[in-house]
Each structure stands twice: as C-alpha cells, then as structure tokens.
Design a protein around this ligand. Structure first.
Ligand code: ZN
Length: 222
C-alpha cells in the first residue's frame, strides 16, 4: 500500500483527524457556553461550513485551519499530533483562566442556584417548542460547562448536563443545549453548523430578556 503524505501524517500519530476535529468542537462549545473573551494567547475560534479556524498564540501567532481531512498552520500542512498537542494546551489555558475567574465570581456573589425552578423553566421551553423534555443533570462536566448527551447511532437526545460552577451564563448555556436538542430531533445533526446557528439564534432571540425568561431567571438565581 502506498501512503500519500496526508495518510503518512495520520498513520504516524496517536491522534486521528477525528480526535482533532472533536477537540476543536469542544473548544468552540466551551468558549460559547462560557462566553470566553479573547486574551493574549486566545484570539478566536470560528467554525465555517467545513472547517474550524483557530487563531491563538504561544510565542507567535498560530492560525490553524482544521478540515475533516487535513490541518494547516498558515497554509502549511502539519501533523495531527502537533496540532492536537497545541490545541489541547490552548484548551487547558482557557479553562484554567476561566476557572480562577469563576471561583472569584462565586465567592463574590455568594448566591444560590435553584435547580428545581431551572428545570421548570426548561420544561416550559419544551412545552412552548413542542418537544419532549429530557432529564437535566447537574454534575462535573468533563471539559465544557454544558453538554447534551445523545445516542450516537440514532441521534436521539438522552439528557443534558450542566456544571453550574463552570457556566457563567446559565441562561445562554440552556438555550445552547436546547438548540442542540431541537437540531437532533429535527435534523439528526449534533454539530454547530448553519442549522444549529439558526436554531440557537431563533431560541435566543425569542426568549432571552423576554418576560418568561426574566421572571424565571430571577427566581433561579435568587
Ligand atoms: Zn454545543
């Protein structure tokens, strides 16, 4: 078997293109859910139809373009492992930065979070959008502050997880995961593509700052 350059790069690595793509998606998800602001080392992560463009810096700017079958740094193809290693490091930095920020915020606010009313709010959204509610779990979520768990084969949404200590804006996070739930039901699509963006924007515009949400959020964050 003859390996082309792409195959060669992928063969000699611990991580697959799929791992890398998923990592980029996790970073994107995390920055969405936590409203991560650009810093010296993290500039942006943008998802287009068929690629992620990550702009970050460890001693000099790196712009990674991750497609399904290749990764480029400033238009030069690089190994999957190198990209994975660097993005993983970036992700750790984003998280540790955010973690210290969150701890500060929790200490200062000294507030409580009403899980029961939060779930009630979610059920109300489901009723309004005519979808069946799925269980909401509050737990430590691996890398992101929120996460929708679905069956990979059937694409049926199973439950939603929130790590309320990590999520800065729980209302935004709820709309994000709820939009995933709707996209899985409607299109069997778990991604962050144009369908997701459209659905998220629709939900966000419809409810954020509306009377229903404002009243619930007041009670939830009392
Ligand atoms: Zn997401």
């Amino acid at each position: 078997m003859v390996l082309n350059y792409k195959k060669f790069l992928e063969k000699n690595t611990y991580h697959s293109m799929n791992d890398l793509y998923n990592l980029a998606r996790q970073i994107k998800d995390f920055t969405y859910n936590n409203d991560v602001q650009p810093t010296d080392y993290f500039k942006s992560i943008v998802e287009t139809k068929d690629e992620f463009v990550v702009n970050f810096s460890f001693n000099g700017d790196k712009i990674y373009k991750i497609k399904k079958d290749e990764v480029k740094n400033h238009d030069i193809e690089i190994s999957v492992d190198e990209a994975f290693y660097n993005l993983d490091m970036l992700f750790n930095q984003i998280q540790s930065y955010l973690h210290s920020f969150n701890i500060q915020q929790i200490d200062e606010s000294n507030g409580s979070f009403n899980k029961e009313i939060f779930i009630e709010f979610y059920h109300q959204l489901c009723k309004d959008e005519k979808v069946n509610p799925i269980p909401i779990k509050f737990k430590l979520v691996g890398r992101a502050g929120g996460c929708l768990v679905y069956d990979n084969g059937t694409k049926i949404p199973l439950h939603i997880e929130f790590d309320i200590n990590k999520v800065q804006d729980i209302e935004y996070a709820l709309y994000h995961e709820f939009a995933h739930q709707i996209c899985l039901i409607k299109y069997k699509d778990p991604g962050h593509g144009s369908k997701f963006k459209k659905e998220f924007n629709r939900i966000n515009d419809k409810y954020m700052y509306g009377d229903l949400a404002t009243n619930y959020m007041k009670k939830i964050l009392k």
